[in-house]
Design a protein around this ligand. Sequence first.
Ligand SMILES: NC(=O)C1=CN([C@@H]2O[C@H](COP(=O)(O)OP(=O)(O)OC[C@H]3O[C@@H](n4cnc5c(N)ncnc54)[C@H](OP(=O)(O)O)[C@@H]3O)[C@@H](O)[C@H]2O)C=CC1
Ligand SMILES: CC(=O)N[C@@H](CCC(=O)OP(=O)(O)O)C(=O)O
Length: 345
Amino acid sequence: MAKHKVGIVGASGYTGSELVRLLTHHPDVTLEFVTSESYTGKKITDIHPHFQDLVDITLVSIDDVHEYEPDLVFLALPHGVSMNFVKEHGLDDFIIIDLSGDFRFSSQSVYEKWYKKDHVSAEYMEQSVYGLPELFRDKIRNAQLIANPGCYPTSAILALAPLIKQGYINPSSIVVDSKSGVTGAGAKPKEGLHFPDVFGNFSAYSLVNHRHTPEIEHTLLNYSGYTTEVLFTPHLLPIDRGILTTTYSTPKKEVNKEMVEELFHSVYEKEHFVRVFDSPPSLKNIRGSNYCDIHAAYDERTHKIITISTIDNLVKGAAGQAVQNMNIVFGLIESTGLKQIPLNP
Ligand SMILES: NC(=O)C1=CN([C@@H]2O[C@H](COP(=O)(O)OP(=O)(O)OC[C@H]3O[C@@H](n4cnc5c(N)ncnc54)[C@H](OP(=O)(O)O)[C@@H]3O)[C@@H](O)[C@H]2O)C=CC1
Ligand SMILES: CC(=O)N[C@@H](CCC(=O)OP(=O)(O)O)C(=O)O
């Protein structure tokens, strides 16, 4: 069978470079082009030297995408830039998997409020499918525009979805406490992310107003039918990659430790990329891989269910999940090219 032709728009960034890493040895696709506006004409190895002797491709401009007649294009672009790309190119010529937040909401007003953008396209937002395979793979299969989830939401939703869907918890009692490595903020230097600010430090940010709050609530509603109220607090860890998310919620029925553990084992037993653990997971056990590791517990004394989930923000939180989505739309085995063993230590 002929290989599928794919390209990456925004390959000089962190998630774009992870896509290059994952797609280079994917058996069923050929990487036809990679783009960057700042480095057009340079070799990918000039920007990402770790590809030396492994990837030989030159960065082209976003304006050249059509020349390659791709079957599918990954957009690893900032919010707003992806929206413009889709408005300009439409969805007739190739499938799009967008890593930004531009198409994660079906409601234009929710997006405008949390992303502070105008000139959005309600038409394309309505056509998009939220690309969390474990919850929505049937819709993803026939999608032309896939909104790859945010990194924090991936870790929180995979931990909360079984509890909400099966009616285990009170939907308005949810606290989500997340910690992320610095690559979550992208490759472009930003204030507060310099080495002296981050090294040896640990801090919370975007209290009560992070745009991932509505993403988590909106997705849990779409999946379960329950309107949730989520209190989400992100933190910045002094590490390069990885997210650890802890959730706390109040059961709405009689539960015990065994019931909670069994729920997660049964929901995820057939999943390629969700591993249920009997003890709290840690970041090094998912580093560089597409796994989401989850542990769920029940505290009888405070009557709370606790979940702890870990992902690599650049893989299951971005590029790996995007390749998983690509495998689904191309009708390939979902784990193709994604069975990297985590890097530990
Ligand atoms: N980092 C993470 O962990 C995650 C990120 N995301 C989302 O994925 C997207 C990409 O993130 P990330 O890789 O971290 O970002 P980076 O900042 O590392 O990379 C952004 C890329 O976009 C390109 N770009 C920027 N502006 C433009 C423009 N106006 N026109 C064309 N290309 C442009 C840059 O190319 P150049 O400057 O070379 O032209 C660069 O290749 C973002 O929307 C982010 O929110 C989602 C999940 C996790
Ligand atoms: C550490 C850090 O800064 N993380 C980013 C999340 C990146 C991501 O997944 O999300 P989007 O695609 O929704 O931008 C942040 O908090 O904005």
